[in-house]
Design a protein around this ligand. Structure first.
Ligand SMILES: [Zn+2]
Length: 370
């Protein structure tokens, strides 16, 4: 009997191999990137296309605001009305003449509906009079109507000074800029670094594997960029040094996956608030923890979206407002998982939709939220 066993297993293996071959023939050579299973789960579905309360989108980019046509501006306002967006904050106002034109073209046309933030040009840090000029320009931009300063992630990663050295986020040569924002009562929305997984090995354990495969330039190889933790330490250091300035730490400080740590940062920095731009997939995978966090920190968190796409806002509303289960997120390479509704109370919704923003961004018209 014993001597026949190997033959038996050989036959079994051959049978399995041919079954696998049949399956391969039928299924083709689809890759894991193409895999898009339809959920068979049958549960209540409550899509939301209009927010329950008027809201402020504190994180948007309208690069062509200075030259947007009347027709395009009308369409934008119509889309905002349809989803109950009272105010949109254009973080890409630039400075000087471009900023003046963006404000003239958008804010004058639709008073109170559009807010414009200025940007500082970090080209030439370390050059003769750079800091004085940057401060004077920002002062002029605020006087021209900028209601905040937006700082892009290139600071701390790509910006170099006149000697070719990386400019850290907490470089002392920038201190007068942060101080001026505080003195003039405007917030600084600052985006530093990127999701921490962009610094990690691109292996099977990396949650951002697909994103790094499809967008290889998002990878941050050691040696080319400082460590994630270093950039974020610099980011929080300017908050410590400038308690009189309000900082909007963009994208939940990339701590949406660790709300305990984010809460600790908010506790440590009373002049810090945050926004949820492009990280709704973190909240939607932990509805119970997210509810607890947002309820506790409702005065410190604002609605932000980042890329402007009306349909994608619906996923944010559904995540905040419903208790739906296992519904799709719109961008597979951001997150391979589905989302769960948090079911926030009206009070918390009103805070994250507009009340917190009214405390942070100067000059919002309260009549829009009645
Ligand atoms: Zn952005």
């Amino acid at each position: 009997m014993v001597r026949f066993l190997p033959l038996f297993f050989l036959l079994l293996l051959t049978a399995c191999a041919s079954e696998a071959q049949d399956a391969a023939n039928e299924m083709g050579d689809m890759t894991i990137e193409e895999f898009e299973p339809t959920s068979s789960l049958v549960v209540d579905e409550n899509p939301v296309t209009r927010a329950k309360f008027p809201f402020v989108d504190v994180h948007s980019h309208h690069w062509r605001a200075a030259t947007m046509t009347q027709g395009a501006a009308d369409t934008l306002i119509m889309e905002m009305d349809a989803m109950n967006m009272a105010v949109i904050v254009n973080l890409s106002g630039r400075s000087g003449e471009a900023l003046r034109m963006a404000i003239e073209n958008m804010e004058k046309r639709y008073p109170n509906r559009i807010v414009t933030f200025a940007n500082v040009d970090f080209e030439g840090v370390g050059g003769e009079g750079w800091t004085e000029n940057a401060v004077a320009q920002l002062r002029a931009d605020i006087e021209a109507g900028a209601r905040g300063l937006k700082v892009y992630k290139n600071l701390g990663m790509d910006v170099v000074d006149t000697d070719g050295n990386r400019v850290a986020v907490n470089d002392p040569r920038l201190d007068p800029i942060w101080a001026l924002a505080g003195e003039m009562g405007i917030p600084v929305l600052i985006h530093s670094a990127d999701p921490p997984n962009f610094w990690k090995p691109r292996d099977k354990n990396n949650e951002k594997w697909l994103e790094l495969k499809l967008r290889p330039n998002r990878y941050r190889p050691p040696g080319e960029y400082p460590p994630f933790e270093q950039i974020m330490d610099e980011h929080f250091d300017i908050m410590r040094k400038h308690r009189g300035t309000t900082f909007i730490s963009a994208h939940m400080s990339w701590l949406g996956n660790d709300l305990g740590a984010l809460g600790a940062k908010l506790d440590e920095h009373p002049n810090m608030v945050t926004e949820m731009g492009a990280v709704i997939y973190e909240l939607g995978r932990q509805p119970r923890m997210a509810k607890e966090f947002l309820t506790q920190y409702k005065d410190r968190v604002m609605m932000g979206k980042d890329s402007y796409n009306p349909d994608e806002f619906h996923t944010y509303f559904r995540t905040y407002e419903t208790e739906d289960e296992y519904f799709p997120y719109y961008r597979k390479y951001h997150a391979q998982w589905r989302l769960y509704g948090i079911g926030l109370s009206d009070d918390v919704l009103q805070h994250i939709y507009y009340k917190t923003a009214m405390n942070v961004i100067p000059g919002l018209d309260s009549a829009l939220f009645e």
